[in-house]
Design a binder for this molecule. Sequence first.
Ligand code: KG4
Ligand code: ZN
Length: 332
Amino acid sequence: MTLILAIETSCDETAVAVVEDGRRILSNVVASQVEVHAAYGGIVPEVASRQHLLWAIPVLEQAMAESDVAWNDLSAVAVTHGPGLAGSLLVGVNLAKGLSLAHSLPLLGINHLEGHIYANWLEPDFEPFFPILCLLVSGAHSDLVLMEGHGRYRLVGRTRDDAAGEAFDKAARILGLGYPGGPSIQKSATGGDPRRVPFPRAWLRGNNDFSFSGMKTALLRLYQRLEASGQEVPVNDLAAAFQLAVVEVLVQKTLRATKQFPVAQIVLGGGVAANLLLRETFRERSDLPLYCARPALCTDNAAMIASAAHFRFIEGERASLDLDVYPNLRLG
Ligand code: KG4
Ligand code: ZN
């Protein structure tokens, strides 16, 4: 049995979790900085690292207390070492090194994107069937990754410009909706009709890549035109049209990729995988078994890092105390 303590501070969530055998969550504490950054309409890196410094120890103490596990019982300490904001990653990595040294625990550095995939392993009813096609959609990434086994990844598609989450965040700013944009667009869209306004989709035919920045510009132009005409801007309809366009592209292109590779299963990961329309549309259209974790495990948390770490730990992987941060770390 393994008991792994994991720390995640790559972006704007300070998170610590304890997970048993990569699958059973004993504690999963997430302190979100959303309200701190909302005032600026987006994440301010220096503010994020300072908040991590303030919250890391209280979050760690709460996660240890809730897990009811003693320091002696832990198998290892794992930490996200990339990709992410350098200053934010450094807080987590240095905390993990201190804990590894103080409690004589093995240390592991984990890729945040790998964590998003392993969020699925935290659902009791998830059964992996490799090869898995993973759609990773977060605030900074939109990748299609073919996972051939534990720790074996091949990047088969990616965004050429904005990430899907970034597109939602920018679209919400255009429409005057709150930050983060994904949840606020989703909410506004429930009161709108996606087909009242014609909206383009960027297909980039003939490959598995995505592009979202043109759709964001289309939204801006549409918004400006409606505003200039003196009519009341149908914000909910625009939110619904934008959401549907992003979802259709993500779903269609993922399903297209399943025809090119030997895929047994599709899994979703990352904050945008919390989107209800995306989940529903995949379920309707996919012939392959499809899996996505509950929304709270799709957005940033440390339990997913502990799960990914378990599978590396049992293979004998260890990091040394000179573990560094890699803001541009990739998968596959
Ligand atoms: O994975 P995540 O929590 O952090 C990163 O690794 O970036 O993803 C955050 C992103 C944000 O852009 C946010 O707007 C988006 O995920 N997001 C959503 C939803 N919830 C979060 N996008 C669409 N629909 C949602 N329900
Ligand atoms: Zn993330």
